[in-house]
Design a protein around this ligand. Structure first.
Ligand code: PMP
Length: 366
């Protein structure tokens, strides 16, 4: 009997465990798609000064609507997506996880359905569970793309109030074309959320769904500062959409959900955007090299627009994961059976990953 059985836990939560990858203190950590480069001393000094400034008024609640931060995010997105956005079209919360939970709180709920296409980000079913939204997944093709017939069939059958599409998708790295997103939007009766957590890592020629926002009031694009922006510890996610979507989300947000320190730190990071995003080109090049190298080893590696690569197909993926960990390299056991995901780290970290994989080569392939 579990100690939790003593508590009046919701029946549907009995036996559930908290989500999360192992946080292990090993030399090479390539398992949660972080940016491997810490902030420079100059950024650290500006963050410290901003936090000290905020500390003087911590007796007061923060700006409930985070207007200054949202204006800065709107300016950044207008630059990155090439579409002008205003402060009322942008919303922010503690990581894009919270943004998407708020979207499900506002647009999902009992008697409603949310749809995605697997394999995809493993938190999506948890947002659905936590908001009593029915969760349905369609299938992706063998090379992890959307199948237009399957997409139309699943949307017609389930009539979801929310569709969640990660692009680039986690754990596969594959991105959607604008035509594919527009087709989902036409077929979907409800809100279509394009989760661009890894958007800044997209390859040249892969556009952002931000371009589709004008004239699509049910479209939402979510982003995060946890990945390209190298601010995973700051916990700042955001969305861009019509002002009506933002107003809907404001109904369900908790008052003062975004602390004064979070808002201040995120604004400092945005002021240093060029520097913090400075490693993105190098990480993209390292990603492309990693895909090529894995294929050169006779493995399959999914085409990636993100800062990670899904590779397979492995006879015993858990054994490979464990052997790499034994050599100090932590990657992620996720995605379809036979596949593993490696985040892109520094050149030295990737060299350690390659050396460890070569070391165990005889036991790797199917
Ligand atoms: N979406 C995707 C596809 C992700 O992989 C992640 C993080 N692993 C998130 C959203 C959430 O990131 P955060 O809450 O740090 O913004």
């Amino acid at each position: 009997m579990s100690p939790l059985d003593q508590l009046p836990l919701r029946d549907d939560l009995r036996g559930e465990t908290p989500y999360g990858a192992p946080q292990l203190d090993v030399p090479v950590q390539l398992n949660v798609n972080e940016n491997p480069y810490p902030p420079s001393d100059a950024v650290v000094a500006d963050v410290a000064a901003a936090v000290a400034d905020v500390a003087r008024s911590l007796n007061r609640y923060p700006d409930r609507d985070a207007l200054g931060l949202r204006a800065d995010l709107a300016a950044y997105l207008s630059r990155d997506g090439g579409v002008p956005l205003t402060v009322d079209q942008v919303w922010a919360a503690n990581g894009s996880n919270e943004v998407m939970l708020q979207l499900l709180q506002a647009f999902g709920g009992p008697g409603r359905t949310a749809v995605s296409f697997a394999p995809t980000y493993s938190m999506y079913p948890e947002y659905a569970r936590d908001t009593f939204t029915t969760w349905v997944t369609g299938r992706r093709t063998e090379d992890f793309r959307l199948d237009p017939d399957e997409m139309r069939e699943v949307l017609a059958q389930h009539r979801p109030s929310v569709v969640l599409l990660a692009s680039p998708n986690n754990p596969t790295g594959t991105a959607l074309g604008l035509d594919e997103i527009a087709a989902v939007y036409e077929s979907a009766p409800g809100v279509v959320v394009v989760d661009e957590a890894y958007g800044e890592f997209r390859r040249a020629g892969t556009p952002s769904a931000l371009q589709l926002l004008p004239s699509r009031p049910r479209l939402v694009v979510t982003r995060t500062m946890s990945k390209a922006f190298a601010l995973a510890g700051g916990r700042l996610g955001y969305l861009a959409a019509s002002a009506d979507v933002v107003d809907a989300v404001r109904i369900v947000r908790l008052p003062y959900h975004l602390s004064a320190t979070t808002q201040a730190v995120a604004r400092v990071a945005l002021a240093h955007a060029d520097e913090l995003l400075g490693a993105v080109d190098e990480l993209r090049a390292e990603r492309d090299r990693t895909v090529e190298w894995l294929r050169g080893q006779g493995l399959r590696a999914a085409a990636s627009d993100a800062n990670f690569v899904l590779f397979g197909e492995l006879r015993d993926r858990h054994a490979v994961w464990q052997r790499l960990l034994d050599r100090g390299v932590l990657i992620r056991e996720t995605g379809p059976d036979g596949w593993l995901r490696v985040s892109i780290g520094t050149p030295a970290e990737m060299a350690a990953f390659r050396a460890a994989l070569i070391d165990i080569a005889p036991e790797v392939r199917r």
